[in-house]
Design a protein around this ligand. Structure first.
Ligand code: PMT
Length: 417
């Protein structure tokens, strides 16, 4: 395809980052060599790239590599005599539309979180008003170190961004979490950041995610196939748009998104308590969870014996979290999902009205590659005035932004009233 590069599995426009300046910070980790691919892909997407390396990074990759790729001088030293008249860190900080630190070591994240600016890169980060994206890459033990986690959380709470590292073979010879994500994913994230508005700054958003578990006895429960991916994607997207986010999550295998208050619950009743306890401070509630509709009427105190014949369970109705929030709106935006296997529009429209929602996201969960457990979703949005909007298959991250576009517009209307 002429003029197109393949980024993030999608055909990428060679002008996607045209007229954008990216300052690429490279720090001293083994993944520094992958930063050359990041630089190359950014340039192929049309960006002007300026590379700033830490002293340690130059031990892994020669500055000449980045100079050749970017066709710009590579900055390492704070006080070198470059012959430029302007102050180097200020010039780079002002020039940047986005600063990307890839790989970002625990050291650089710790320094920035502590307000230390003792080299060119940390000084550029401190001096810029542009969004800063950290791409942590380190061994798993370091990534899980509570000091590192606290530093990263502090940065995220301050509005800095970070990508989750991947899991796989690490340079220390072990399998684990800490690998730098694929350069194509990093470039896709840069594109998202540059197209992302901070339109939810000042708002608090509660998102529910994942399944609930309703106990039958001490070892068995009723649950469903929700992975939590949709709700977590919404929480991360709302955080990136500046919202204060509370993620009320049923049991999932996903790690807590940084910069988000995560409340882990098990049952629908606990999910209701967590949401209603925080409702007063919330501007929007989005129900992406799949809470149980029924639970066993009584929980056996001991493991039930198999016995000889079939078993009958008596079920009672669970609390409906999003309907309860919908009843007490008080100027809040309340959004639900509908997971349907048939009569999608009819069922979703009935839920939209019954739960007093501002809109509902209807997904046909029988479609392969979409809905429960998938990284993708294909949905229809239904509004109370009868409007329906069909959205094509897209990643849950992209869909989260589409949903939040509508939430932000509704919040804007409420503010104007
Ligand atoms: O978690 P993933 O694997 O990423 O999958 C995403 C998803 C398919 C779970 C998600 O996109 C989705 O459809 N969530 C809603 C699932 C569901 O419970 O649908 P429902 O039609 O039964 O419920 C309608 C609405 O009421 C939903 O907003 C639900 O959160 C809410 N509800 C339902 C039951 C209940 N006891 N309390 C609720 O708040």
């Amino acid at each position: 395809m002429e003029g197109k590069a393949q980024v993030g599995g999608e055909a990428q426009d060679a002008t996607a980052l045209e007229s954008k300046t990216v300052v690429l910070g490279v720090t001293g980790g083994i993944a520094a060599y992958k930063a050359a691919d990041v630089a190359s892909l950014l340039i192929r997407s049309g960006a002007e790239v300026h590379v700033v390396m830490t002293e340690a990074a130059t031990k892994f990759v020669a500055p000449l590599t980045f100079r050749t790729l970017s066709r710009n001088p590579v900055a390492v030293e704070m006080f070198s005599d470059s012959g430029e008249w302007n102050v180097r860190h200020v010039a780079l900080a002002e020039k940047a539309d986005v600063v990307v630190v890839a790989p970002a070591t625990a050291n650089v994240i710790g320094k920035v979180a502590s307000g230390i600016a003792d080299d060119l890169l940390t000084t550029v980060i401190m001096a810029t008003r542009a969004p800063v994206l950290f791409v942590p890459s380190m061994n798993e033990a370091m990534y899980e170190n509570p000091i590192f986690r606290a530093n990263l959380d502090r940065l995220l709470a301050l509005g800095y961004r970070a990508m989750e590292p991947g899991t796989g073979y690490l340079a220390c010879g072990r399998e684990g979490k800490g690998r730098m994500p694929d350069p194509r994913e990093i470039v896709a994230e840069v594109r998202r950041i540059l197209s992302c508005r901070r339109d939810l700054a000042g708002f608090t958003v509660i998102v529910t995610a994942g399944p609930t578990e309703e106990a039958i006895d001490p070892v068995r429960h009723i649950s469903n196939r929700s992975s939590g991916k949709m709700g977590y994607a919404l929480a991360e997207a709302a955080r990136d748009r500046g919202a204060k986010v509370v993620l009320v999550s049923g049991p999932t295998a996903l790690s807590d998104p940084a910069g988000v208050e995560v409340v882990r619950v098990r049952t629908a009743r606990e999910m209701l308590d967590a949401v209603m306890g925080r409702l007063g401070g919330a501007d929007a509630v989005i129900g992406a969870a799949a809470p149980a509709d029924w639970r066993p009427a009584s929980v056996a105190p001991r493991k039930l014996a198999k016995g000889d014949g079939p078993m009958t369970l008596e079920l009672e109705t669970c609390e409906d979290i999003i309907a309860t929030a919908g009843k007490r709106k008080d100027g809040r935006v309340v959004v639900g999902f509908a997971a349907e296997t048939h009569d999608l529009i009819e069922h979703a429209a009935a839920k939209l009205a019954a739960k007093n929602l501002d809109f509902i996201v209807a997904n046909d969960v029988t479609r392969p590659g979409s809905g429960f457990g998938s990284d993708f979703n294909e949905v229809k949005l239904l509004f109370p005035d009868g409007r329906t909007e069909s959205l094509p298959l897209m990643s849950k991250g992209e869909l989260a932004h589409k949903i939040l576009d509508r939430v932000a517009a509704l919040l804007g209307e409420i503010q104007e009233m």
